[in-house]
Design a protein around this ligand. Structure first.
Ligand SMILES: C[S@@+](CC[C@H](N)C(=O)[O-])C[C@H]1O[C@@H](n2cnc3c(N)ncnc32)[C@H](O)[C@@H]1O
Length: 275
């Protein structure tokens, strides 16, 4: 790593320290090849705090209560998401919700900026033909910034291109004035979703089950195997016996067949005997 052309001194050891810190805190396993990505993301924080080197900046994180931790973690998460991402999940959720015929609890367990929980909310409004379907959705993430965006529910128009026109008309309001070029999810949808911080790496979570559906999509891929296993065990305990688990497109749970059994493409039920 050539440090001469950089704004801040950044040695191999600094990259190794970042990897260690984010792994301990969030379970995120950064690959060897991510040194440049780490530099460009963390340099913004080094600059914001006025440090001259990465090493000086990183030393403040020796205090695990330091307020900078929040920004450090936020800078290293990957928040890519879309409305109706992995679209085949939503008709399955609608059929499941109607078949259960009870008040539903759904958890979007790495909700990023809110597109996933709002897609769930739209699906259930449509399934029950009302803006007040019998459902509570809990949306959680580790990253405080994305949670704030989710709570706000305001998206640039280019973020809603995966929402068809009819849904846009029914479920969003077009921004005016300072919010021109943006779409805002209707208050009825926002009131169905509660955003809360949860670090999936923690062994204690402030969310009680049972959930009728858990969406945990495109986050396990960032974790090492041991963290994945711990997360899956804790999620399984919070899934109702007849609940469904929705995984990301590249996340197979076949290695956790004692906890989850396949129910379709990237959809799982709870294995018999799982806690
Ligand atoms: C790629 S996004 C996936 C968003 C959405 N589930 C989807 O599939 O479109 C991954 C999200 O996981 C969150 N994340 C990463 N590590 C986490 C952890 N330890 N606990 C909770 N959320 C975490 C990130 O902040 C990010 O918002």
């Amino acid at each position: 790593m050539a440090t001469e052309e950089r704004e801040f001194a950044y040695a191999r050891a600094d990259f190794a320290r970042v990897r260690q810190l984010i792994h301990q805190r969030a379970g995120i396993a950064l690959a060897e090849g991510k040194a440049e990505m780490v530099y460009s993301r963390v340099a913004k924080r080094v600059r914001a705090l006025g440090f001259a080197t990465f090493a000086d900046y990183l030393s403040i994180l020796d205090d695990d209560q330091h307020p900078e931790w929040e920004h450090f973690v936020n800078s290293l998460t990957t928040n890519q998401t879309d409305f109706f991402r992995e679209a085949h999940h939503f008709p399955i959720l609608a059929a499941h919700a109607k078949a259960l015929g009870r008040e539903l609890r759904i958890w979007s367990a790495a909700s990023s900026t809110g597109e996933e929980p709002y897609s769930i909310a739209i699906t259930l409004c449509e399934a029950f033909g009302t803006f007040e379907p019998p459902v509570r959705i809990v949306a959680t993430d580790l990253d405080s910034k994305v949670l704030a965006t989710g709570r706000d529910g305001v998206y640039p128009m280019e973020r809603v291109t995966t929402v068809d026109d009819e849904r846009l008309r029914r479920f969003f309001l077009k921004g005016k004035g300072s919010r021109a070029g943006h779409a805002r999810v209707r208050d009825e949808l926002r009131s169905l979703v509660e955003f809360r911080p949860i670090n999936l790496r923690d062994t204690r979570w402030d969310v009680e089950g049972p959930f009728d559906a858990i969406f945990c999509r495109n986050v396990l891929i960032y974790f090492d195997k041991a963290t994945q296993r711990g997360v899956l065990e804790r999620l399984s305990r919070r899934l109702a016996p007849d609940g469904l688990y929705f995984a990301g497109h590249s996340e197979s749970l076949l290695h956790a067949s004692d906890l989850f059994i396949p129910r379709g493409r990237t959809v799982y039920g709870k294995a018999k005997g799982a806690a």
